[in-house]
Design a protein around this ligand. Structure first.
Ligand code: UT7
Length: 335
C-alpha cells in the first residue's frame, strides 16, 4: 500500500536494548551436541544475548522505548499510541504494551500488543503509520521486544543455537516533505502455521502437566521449510513494497532484513541483485531476536553512518504465521 504525501509518517527517534549476558557458541557446545563450526557455517551466528532471570520482555522494551524517546527529543506524554510487537509477552494478558505504558509514564497513550511472528515489528510499523496518516495520532511508539530464551528448549540443538533476546523501538511522527515511510506490504499464509509454532499454553492446548512433560511450551520449528519460505518472502516482499512506492530495486540504497540466518540474507539479496555492501548484518552478534531484529539492525546502520539523508531504505522480515512484510522509507535525520 502506498502512503499518501499528506500526513506521511517517519522515524523521529530510535533506541535499542540488549541484555548484558552473552552466550557464545562455545558455551552452547557444553549444553548440547553442537559446535561453533556448525553454528557459524549454517547460520552465521557467533553469540547471542540472554535476559537475566529478573528481566522480562517489558523490561527490555522499556529500555529501548526510553532510548528511542530520548533520541526523538520527546517526553512520555507526547506519545499517543504504543504498539509492542512480541511473541514472548510478559503474560498472555494484560498486554505487554500496557506494562510499558505504565513503566514509561505515557499517560496519554493507548497501548496494545501485536502478534505476527518475527514480522511483528514491520506489521506494527505499518499500523502505526496508518494512525498518523489518518490524523488520529501524532506520535506512535513502536517496539519489537523478545525474551525468546524463555520459550527455547535448551536441549534441542535444532533451535537453541539460533535465538537471542533483545529489544528495539522507534518513535513515529510527522515526516518532512518528500521523506518518511513511502509504502508497506503485509503478507500471510496461515497454512504454514505448523512450520513454526509454540503448541501449548493457549486455548487449543491449555497448560497441563502432560503439555509440560511433552515440552509443548517451547518453540518448535521445521528449519528447512522455513528457510525456503524465508528466501522467497524477502524477495517478494521487497519487490512488492518497492512497486507500491513507485521504486525499482536499483533505487534501493540500503536493505535491513530480518536477521535469522546469514545464508537466508545472502540467498535473498543475490536473487534481488542487491550487493551485501548495502545490507545491514548483525546476526553474528545477536542471533535471531525475532521482532527486535529489524530495529536492532536499523539502529546499528544509523549509528555506523551507513544511512544518509534521502536514502531509500527497505525493511523486510518473515516469520511465524507464516507472515512476511516490507516497508520502504526515505530516510531523514530528525533535528
Ligand atoms: O525468524 C524465522 C525463524 N527461523 C528461521 O529463519 C530458520 C530458517 N532455517 C534455518 O535457518 C536453517 O534451516 C537451520 C539453521 C535451522 C538449519 O540449517 P540446515 O542447513 O537447514 O540444516 P538441517 O536442518 O538440514 O540439518 C542438517 C544436519 C542434521 O543432521 P542430519 O539429519 O543431516 O544427520 C541436523 O540434525 O545438522 C544437524 N544439526 C546440528 N548439528 C550440529 C541441526 N542442528 C545442529 C546443531 N549442531 N546445532
Amino acid at each position: 500500500m502506498p502512503m499518501t504525501e499528506q500526513n506521511r509518517a517517519g522515524i523521529l527517534g530510535i533506541g535499542v536494548y540488549v541484555p548484558e549476558k552473552v552466550l557464545t557458541n562455545d558455551d552452547l557446545e557444553k549444553m548440547v551436541d553442537t559446535n561453533d563450526e556448525w553454528i557459524r557455517s549454517r547460520s552465521g551466528i557467533r553469540e547471542r544475548h540472554i535476559a537475566a532471570p529478573e528481566e522480562a520482555t517489558s523490561d527490555l522494551a522499556l529500555q529501548a522505548a526510553r532510548n528511542a524517546l530520548a533520541d526523538a527529543g520527546l517526553k512520555p506524554d507526547d506519545i499517543d499510541l504504543i504498539i509492542v510487537a512480541t511473541n514472548t509477552p510478559d503474560t498472555l494478558f494484560p498486554a505487554t504494551a500496557c506494562l510499558v505504558q505504565d513503566k514509561l509514564g505515557a499517560r496519554k497513550a493507548g497501548a496494545f500488543d501485536l502478534l505476527a511472528g518475527c514480522t511483528g515489528f514491520i506489521y506494527a510499523l505499518s499500523v502505526g503509520t496508518q494512525f498518523i496518516s489518518a490524523g488520529a495520532c501524532k506520535h506512535v511508539l513502536v517496539v519489537g521486544a523478545e525474551t525468546l530464551s524463555r520459550i527455547t528448549n535448551w536441549e534441542d540443538r535444532n533451535t537453541c543455537v539460533l535465538f537471542g533476546d533483545g529489544a528495539g523501538a522507534v518513535v513515529l511522527g510527522p515526516a518532512p516533505a518528500g521523506r518518511g515511510i513511502l509504502s508497506s506490504m503485509l503478507g500471510s499464509d496461515g497454512s504454514g502455521g505448523p512450520l513454526l509454532d509454540l503448541p501449548a499454553g493457549g486455548s487449543r492446548l491449555p497448560a497441563t502437566s502432560e503439555t509440560v512433560d511433552k515440552k509443548l511450551h517451547f518453540l518448535h520449528m521445521n528449519g528447512r521449510e522455513v528457510f525456503k519460505f524465508a528466501v522467497k518472502a524477502i524477495e517478494d516482499g521487497t519487490l512488492e513494497a518497492l512497486a507500491a512506492a513507485g521504486l525499482k530495486k536499483e533505487d534501493v540504497n540500503f536493505l535491513i532484513p530480518h536477521q535469522a540466518n546469514i545464508r537466508i540474507i545472502e540467498a535473498a539479496t543475490k536473487r534481488l541483485g542487491i550487493s551485501l555492501d548495502n545490507v545491514q548484518i548483525n546476526v553474528d552478534r545477536y542471533g535471531n531476536t525475532s521482532t527486535a531484529s529489524v530495529p536492532l539492525a536499523l539502529y546499528e546502520a544509523v549509528r555506523e553512518g551507513r544511512i544518509k539523508d534521502g536514502d531509500n531504505i527497505v525493511l523486510v522480515a518473515f516469520g511465524a504465521g507464516l507472515t512476511w512484510a516490507a516497508a520502504v522509507m526515505r530516510w531523514f535525520v530528525n533535528k
